[in-house]
Design a protein around this ligand. Structure first.
Ligand SMILES: [Zn+2]
Length: 487
């Protein structure tokens, strides 16, 4: 059997540090007896893009997933009719487990982002990030698996529930550890009752903990506060340690011929600010709103505050426990943020979908506009300093290759030090504001291998996440062309 455990956002530097200090005994064992290497993420290093490259073995220009959101449009450089979360149909090309299925191997796939809606496989799939509730049609294959999981494992959720606001640390950590507990239980249940030749389980909580809790463990963070830090300093480390204990438990179930792989989609680092790219595009005249009362409301920023007030009340009433974070986020996105319907597309030449800091251009002058905007972005500075805010501006053609490059954003940004994320907001008070999150992504994740298959991972090499699916296929002796069984 090949067992793959994904640790979303597990950072190579943090793993090394905590292995050294003895907090991650199972990753330490993988490092000692197998391999544990840094793994380069995609640009941008966000989960949907990176995990899509992981599962297809291709770059974004080939698989077509460029971020969390998709502009639905008739063709490249045309005006979108709506923005929606990315789903499994947007990711093109064969996933590695489909190639394994073709070679006669069964596969159990759990918690991979961008696998909703699921499709038939030889084995089972439980969708991950960007899937709604487990009980939603399309969240599991076979469909009956959802009810079986709830009955046998407990209230398993695709993503942690509730949304975090400062002060809510205790509730957040309780939820993250509950989710990890459920993921561990589900893994054990599936290994015993639905055993396949290849199993993949992704633990998502490492990423959430880093986004929300980074400032408590980093005394150089602008929002570090000694009194709260004392209490929560080890929160992220404890989530890593919990994930490590799940890895260890699964490891103990392996037999001599089995191989274990651990992999993350990106690393993590401090988040200092949110850059409102749409606000900048709007001020420069590239992005034009339809105006009217909606614009007025957004400009007062009132709607966003109203949503926050409603969230506070809902939390007090205990309603949030029943809403998944995903739905909640969607509601937030739909409120104070950019919607395709609020844009005057006749006069708009560029827009951003936030998160990863990518800019799409619209219309015949797209090439010229792209150059102009790239130049303008280079002049932006970090607040309170004379350092550039944008570290690099990539054209899609420079980064990606493949049949879907034209659908990529025209510009893909790397914000300085990875310390900034982008928003979709059109009427922000300043170019850069302070977010609730204090952690962001970095480009270096991990790749670990233990057991006989580890020899496929060569000595002293470093890998890009795109290369992982080829390594996995080699571990079970499946070539893209050949049909061979794992034996
Ligand atoms: Zn991720």
């Amino acid at each position: 059997m090949l067992l793959i455990v994904g640790l979303d956002g597990a950072s190579h530097d943090l793993c090394e540090r905590w292995i050294e200090q003895g907090h991650l005994p199972n990753l330490a064992r993988i490092k000692r007896e197998g391999k544990l290497l840094p793994l380069k993420s995609t640009i941008p290093s966000v989960s949907p893009v990176a995990w899509s490259s992981f599962m297809t073995g291709t770059n974004p220009g080939e698989h077509g997933v460029f971020g969390f959101f998709v502009p639905e449009r008739p063709g490249p450089y045309e005006a979108p009719t709506r923005f929606r979360p990315v789903n499994s149909r947007d990711c093109r090309g064969k996933r590695f487990w489909e190639k394994m299925n073709e070679a006669g191997l069964s596969t159990g796939i759990v918690g991979v982002p961008v696998t909703y809606p699921v499709w038939p496989v030889q084995g089972h799939i439980v969708a991950g990030l960007l899937a709604p509730h487990l009980s939603t049609p399309g969240a599991t294959y076979p469909a009956e698996l959802a009810a079986e999981i709830t009955a046998e494992v407990g209230p398993y959720r695709t993503v942690p529930r509730g949304i975090y606001a400062p002060g809510g640390e205790e509730a957040l950590l309780r939820e993250l550890h509950t989710c990890l507990e459920l993921r561990g239980r589900l893994a054990r249940y599936l290994l015993q009752n639905h055993r396949c030749d290849v199993h993949l389980f992704i633990l998502y909580e490492t990423d959430v903990a880093q986004h929300k809790m980074w400032r408590f463990m980093d005394s150089s963070h602008p929002r570090y506060d000694r009194s709260t830090a004392e209490r929560w300093r080890n929160a992220i480390r404890d989530v890593y340690a919990h994930a490590d204990s799940i890895v260890g438990e699964l490891m103990r179930q392996l037999r001599d011929r089995d191989t274990l792989v651990v992999v993350s989609d990106h690393g993590s680092g401090p988040l200092h600010g949110t850059v409102h790219l749409n606000s900048w595009l709007w001020k420069k005249g590239y992005l034009v709103s339809k105006g009217g009362w909606k614009e007025w409301v957004q400009r007062q920023n009132a709607k966003h505050k109203m949503v926050q007030a409603c969230t506070r009340i809902a939390r007090q009433l205990g309603l949030l426990e029943r809403i998944s974070i995903d739905q909640e986020n969607r509601r937030l996105l739909a409120s104070g943020f950019l919607t395709a319907g609020s844009i005057n597309w006749e006069r708009t030449e560029a827009y951003s979908l936030g998160f990863e800091g990518a800019i799409y251009t619209v219309g015949e002058r797209h090439a010229e506009i792209t150059r102009e905007i790239a130049e303008g972005l280079e002049g932006l500075q970090e607040p309170g300093s004379d350092q550039p805010l944008v570290e690099s501006v990539h054209g899609a053609q420079d980064l990606y290759e493949g049949r879907l490059v034209e659908y990529a954003p025209s510009l893909i940004l790397e914000l300085t030090g990875g310390n900034y994320s982008a928003s979709q907001k059109m009427f922000a008070p300043q170019l850069v504001t302070t977010p609730t999150d204090s952690g962001a992504h970095s480009s270096t994740g991990i790749l670990g291998a233990w057991g006989p298959g580890a020899m496929v991972v060569g000595e002293g090499r470093s890998f890009n996440i795109q290369a992982v699916s080829g390594l996995l296929l080699a571990m079970v002796q499946v070539d893209a062309g050949r049909q061979k069984s794992a034996g």
